[in-house]
Design a protein around this ligand. Structure first.
Ligand SMILES: NCc1[nH]cc(CCC(=O)O)c1CC(=O)O
Ligand SMILES: [Zn+2]
Ligand SMILES: [Zn+2]
Length: 370
């Protein structure tokens, strides 16, 4: 608003012009004594602007700032070695076969990519069965890509997502009973075998996203038994909520359940207390890192995770639906993509996360100088 329109606005709202004139003269005399009256009335705490007047002083307001080492980039790895398919609902993201991985990642690694999380996508007909056998197939996409990436990029930190839904014929995150519900005991036994196979192949970190009860303990025990617990990070998707933000991921991974939904194992969106219990439970069972997912819609849960797990790093997964939503809104002219990517991520860090799984990682490597 210009000064003249401000004045006319005041004039419009103030019917008595004399009254306006006397207000103005009172304001002038206030201004001339303001410098002394501030110290007299002790109202110094009202002066905030000076503290963030400079760009660096603004940066200092954040408890933590986004750095490249906080980012983990999700990769969808197809069992078709030469595949490179754009995923329509997940802007700029591809499903890639083994032969496409190194050429794609090399420039990102040289820009400072520190970590990836791997999701296997079996495409071959008949690759899926009731037990998710393909998950830990030694010739399958996850185990093969772990070996390949360890060799090609010795400094890249490899996280393997551990779940069965990409590999089961029914698309659920475990082994089912006849009535279609999860058989928890069989599921955690199977999930822990898969985690062990990934760790054995060289994954630095295994991240179970299945939400079966007791899987953290089962995996930790198996890693101990296998003699590799000391060199594997166990990152638990502890507070993983059900909802509508995983759609593009399920398109990418082909992991949509063939019947029902995941509401009997992923958390209900209103379940803050349940999330706190799941976080505390997973810490007790031996998790090294706690993850909250999705991120922006669950900032209170990230902050709870930081409080409950004050001695553990907290990760947040900015999921496919959050990413697609930001892209769609930017495309519609609602805001600038880069500005929103930063604002959303800063919110996630402010809530307490120091690790962010993000599809924006390649862009951030360009946008961040550190
Ligand atoms: N257990 C599978 C899994 N692991 C990560 C995601 C979601 C990631 C995303 O949406 O970006 C999902 C989807 C789901 O639970 O249906
Ligand atoms: Zn799953
Ligand atoms: Zn998963």
């Amino acid at each position: 608003m210009s000064f003249s329109s401000l004045v006319s606005d005041i004039t419009y709202r103030t019917s008595d012009r004399d009254d306006l004139r006397s207000q103005a003269s009172r304001a002038r005399s206030y201004a001339s004594t303001a410098a002394t009256s501030v110290s007299i009335c002790g109202d110094i705490s009202s002066q905030l602007h000076g503290g963030y007047s400079h760009p660096l002083a603004r940066a200092w307001q954040a408890e933590r700032q986004l750095t490249k080492s906080m980012l983990i980039y999700p990769l969808f790895i197809s069992d078709q070695p030469d595949e490179e398919t754009l995923i329509p609902s997940l802007p700029n993201q591809h499903r890639r076969g083994l032969n496409r991985l190194v050429p794609f990642l090399a420039p990102l690694v040289s820009k400072g990519l520190k970590s990836v999380i791997l999701f296997g996508v079996p495409i071959a007909p008949g690759a899926k069965d009731a037990l998710g056998t393909a998950a830990d197939d030694p010739q399958g996409p996850v185990i093969q890509s772990i070996r390949l990436l360890r060799r090609a990029f010795p400094d890249l930190f490899i996280v393997a997502d551990v779940c069965l839904c990409e590999y089961t014929s029914h698309g659920h995150c475990g082994i089912l009973r006849d009535d279609g519900s999860l058989n928890n005991a069989l599921s955690i036994d199977r999930i822990s075998d898969v985690a062990m196979a990934y760790a054995d192949a060289g994954a630095h970190c295994v991240a179970p996203s299945d939400m079966n009860d007791g899987r953290i303990r089962a995996i930790k025990l198996k890693l101990i038994e296998g003699g590799i617990a000391h060199q594997v990070v166990l990152m638990s998707y502890s507070a993983k909520f059900s909802g509508c933000l995983y759609g593009p991921f399920r398109d990418a991974a082909g992991s949509c359940p063939s019947f029902g939904d995941r509401r009997c194992y992923q958390l209900p969106p209103g379940g803050r207390g349940l999330a706190r219990r799941a976080i505390a439970r997973d810490i007790n069972e031996g998790a090294d890192i706690i993850m909250v997912k999705p991120a922006s819609q669950y900032l209170d849960i990230i902050s709870d995770a930081k409080e409950i797990g004050k001695d553990l790093p907290v990760a947040a997964y900015q999921v496919s639906g959050e990413f697609a939503m930001i892209h769609a809104a930017a495309k519609a002219g609602v805001f600038d993509l880069k500005a929103m990517a930063f604002e959303a991520t800063e919110g996630i860090l402010r809530a307490g996360a120091t690790i962010v799984v993000s599809y924006f990682t390649p862009e951030f490597l360009d946008w961040l100088s550190n």
